[in-house]
Design a protein around this ligand. Structure first.
Ligand code: ADP
Length: 552
């Protein structure tokens, strides 16, 4: 069944449903009553003595009675089957009209039986009752003619003979059409019920989703492919409200004034670099941190974003408020920085004084004690330096166009003395010039860490090689040693703050476990990475990989 047919059938059903029982009965009765009224008016003109035919008059009266009954009875309150007495009365009326006409001149009115037959055949009456009624009703109507002696062979006789089977055929056809219609009606109702069920299910799911979203303490927003919020939860709304934005609905993704800042709070994030925009473009984001808002209202947010599968596109972005955590980390780092800084000044003075004291003529025992003190003071200064560097959570970098070869060569020279003391041969293999966009101070510190580690963790001497090369927009700085190496279990942890391998501790090699975490931070802030390959007892290779064009 096509959609158009379904719509038509549904309109008919709706009309019939809406029409009351009385209207339905009147509508069924009306055609016959009108036809009989016409005959009643026309008959006296055609046959002057029509009024004198009592049966004919009774037929008219019976039809009037049927019309009045259909009009006046309270069909809404009666059983639906009760209305079927009206077509029965109609059959009686037709019998009277046909057989009571003046001189049998109105036998043709027997055809009017088609109206009650249609009514009965189209009713809810079972076929077992409806079809025999459709046959025997008309048969009774034509019976007087059929029983008239000598009527056989007369045209009226054959008409009378044909009428009952004709009516039966009409009834069967109506029945078949009705059955088809009922099937369609049933299908339509089933279709409507299914639609209703789906609608209710959708409404239920929608309510559930809204509850789940609002129960989450994390701000969640769904954006369309243009980055405009289309759906959000309560937490996201109050997040925006907290930073002074009225409603997500007013949110204009391209608005530069919207206060989004980088993790270190130093720079504003341009609209097309914001997570909402990137997520809408299909990028997956995992735990990126941004700051939203100014001053005391600013919130630190950890963002996770996933593109939405399907044709409509867009993305879902969640914001976890980590302001407290970020604040605590900043406070802690600030404390470490202050303490380390406060340590450095007196230690520098201690070292200076020890240097001066060691310049003087001293007894051998006193000199050796002072040298021990000097060594320890140097280690403490180094520790303070490491602590200060590693506590810079948001390590600022100032990239410039630099000759990386020159920076690395200078760091290699600085480590030469320590290498000599440890009987380590330092091999430097650098190109004459290597131009990159990087912060010379931070890259120098990173190279320092890698070179001094390579020397430090080669307690039996060996070879430390420093080399660098450029390829495909990246430079790779490698520091290789033939030292103690790092086990496979330790390798994943060596970039963690304060982590030291058992081997390093066991050999009493000084250190605090901050250098590599700092070096990795330097690499990442430049948009690069720090890699390690190592074999215990064979040595290690640390590779600092940086983009030549600098951080993006
Ligand atoms: P530190 O050297 O001060 O302990 P790092 O963060 O520089 O701290 O290094 C972390 C740990 O990684 C070291 O304690 C050491 O166990 C291991 N490690 C680092 N570099 C090497 C190396 N070149 N060879 C072997 N082990 C190393």
């Amino acid at each position: 069944m096509s959609v158009k047919e379904l719509a038509t059938a549904s309109r008919v059903l709706r009309y019939v449903d809406r029409a009351g029982a009385r209207t339905r009965v009147v509508l069924c009765q009306l055609p016959l009553s009108v036809a009989v009224a016409v005959i009643a008016v026309a008959a006296p003109t055609a046959w002057a003595d029509a009024a004198a035919a009592p049966l004919f008059a009774a037929g008219i009266l019976a039809q009037m009675a049927a019309a009045l009954v259909s009009l006046l009875l309270p069909w809404e309150q009666l059983d639906a089957a009760a209305a079927l007495w009206v077509p029965v009365l109609d059959l009686v009326s037709v019998w009277l009209l046909r057989n009571g006409g003046p001189h049998g001149a109105l036998t043709g009115t027997g055809a009017l039986a088609v109206f009650p037959v249609i009514w009965i055949a189209g009713s809810t009456l079972s076929a077992r009752i409806a079809l025999p009624t459709a046959l025997f009703g008309p048969l009774l109507i034509t019976l007087p003619t059929l029983l008239t002696p000598g009527a056989a062979g007369h045209p009226v006789f054959s008409d009378a003979l044909l009428l009952p089977p004709l009516m039966l055929t009409v009834a069967v056809a109506i029945r078949a059409a009705g059955a088809g219609l009922r099937l369609q009606e049933r299908a339509l109702r089933a279709h409507q019920a299914k639609l209703k069920e789906l609608l209710e299910e959708a409404v239920e799911k929608e309510a559930l989703l809204a509850t789940i979203l609002d129960a989450a303490s994390v701000g969640i927003v769904a954006v369309d492919p243009g980055g405009r919020p289309v759906r959000w939860n309560e937490a996201f709304r109050s997040l925006l409200e907290g930073v002074g934005w009225e409603s997500p609905a007013d949110f204009d993704i391209a608005d530069r004034a919207f206060p989004v800042f980088t993790k270190d709070r130093r720079a504003r994030v341009e609209p097309d670099r914001r997570v909402l925009h990137r997520a809408a473009r299909g990028e997956s984001i995992d735990g990126e941190m941004v700051w939203l808002g100014w001053g005391p209202r600013a919130r630190a947010l950890q963002v996770v974003a996933r593109p939405v599968d399907g044709d409509r596109g867009g993305a879902v972005v969640s914001y976890t408020d980590v302001t407290q955590l970020a604040q605590t980390a900043e406070d802690k780092a600030e404390l470490v920085r202050t303490v380390a800084h406060e340590f450095r000044s007196p230690l520098t003075s201690v070292l200076g004084n020890l240097d001066l004291a060691l310049e003087a003529e001293l007894p051998a025992a006193a000199r050796s004690r002072l040298e021990v003190a000097q060594g320890n003071a140097e280690r403490l200064i180094e520790l303070a330096r490491d602590l200060m560097a590693s506590s810079e959570v948001t390590l600022p970098i100032r990239p410039a166009r630099i000759d990386l070869s020159a920076v690395l060569a200078a760091r290699a020279e600085a480590v030469q003395t320590a290498a000599d003391a440890a009987q380590v041969r330092l091999v430097v293999d650098l190109p004459p010039q290597l131009w990159v966009q990087a912060d010379p101070l931070r890259i120098g510190q990173a190279a320092d860490n890698l070179l001094s580690n390579a020397v430090k963790y080669s307690p039996d001497g060996g070879v430390v090689t420093l080399c660098a090369a450029e390829a495909c927009g990246w430079v790779r700085v490698e520091v290789a040693d033939t030292g103690i190496g790092i086990s496979a279990e330790d390798r994943p942890h060596i970039f963690d703050r304060f982590f030291r391998t058992d081997a390093a501790r066991g050999l009493d090699i000084p250190g605090v476990g901050l250098g590599l975490s700092f070096t990795r931070m330097v690499a990442e802030r430049h948009g690069g990475r720090l890699e390690v390959e190592s074999e215990p007892g064979t040595g290690s290779v640390f590779s600092l990989v940086l983009p030549t064009a600098g951080p993006s």
